[in-house]
Design a protein around this ligand. Sequence first.
Ligand code: C5P
Length: 233
Amino acid sequence: MGKDVIIACDFAGAEQTFAFLDKFRDEKPFVKIGMELFYAEGPQIVKEIKSRGHKIFLDLKLHDIPNTVKKSMAVLSKLDVDMTNLHAAGTIDMMKAAVEGLTREDGTRPLLIAVTQLTSTSEERMQNELLINAPINDTIVKYALNAKEAGLDGVVCSPLEAGMVKEACGKDFMTVTPGVRFADGDVGDQVRVTTPAKAKEIGSDYIVVGRPITAADDPVAAYRRCVKEFVGE
Ligand code: C5P
């Protein structure tokens, strides 16, 4: 499994996205396209970024009945993305249907990872509003185990949760972790953050980094610093 840095391209439209990607001349970073950009520009943005040679993590977090998710995943698979995701809360049946939908005729498919609990969900709200009467870490581990049982490749989680997920699901079960900041950088609205070097030490397979790169004075230098700290190249 290749460790890599994924840049969160949280831009409002294609113009800003390409102005950003044009800064990279010597490398083709793995990029994450989220709901904002996808809903603004449609599947064309995925095709264009792909045709420029970037790997793509399409972060649309599907959550619906199994049949709908299966059919939607088949559409995303045809877009030839490298990684996509769903909410583990959709249950094992939904996740199995997603794997089926995503799998191409030749047996290949994009990597599929699950969101366990969103980092914006506090234990208190999960218990009081959703009536899930368990410690939040137990639900994260249980959802990760469900994802593994359904045949998924891993989960999105905080770097600080990656260790417990690996312990429960095995070292080959991927952890994709946002919430990364340089030791000397701005934390912004992220609460539980860690550095690229620390994420590597904890065992993250991919780190998702947005503003520390996209808002840097020199995004290419910031990306290289991330790769150096996390991958060690
Ligand atoms: O700019 P920043 O590095 O905080 O961006 C992190 C990216 O990862 C954003 O696209 C954010 O939506 C995403 N993300 C996150 N926390 C999660 C899941 C996704 O920050 N739990």
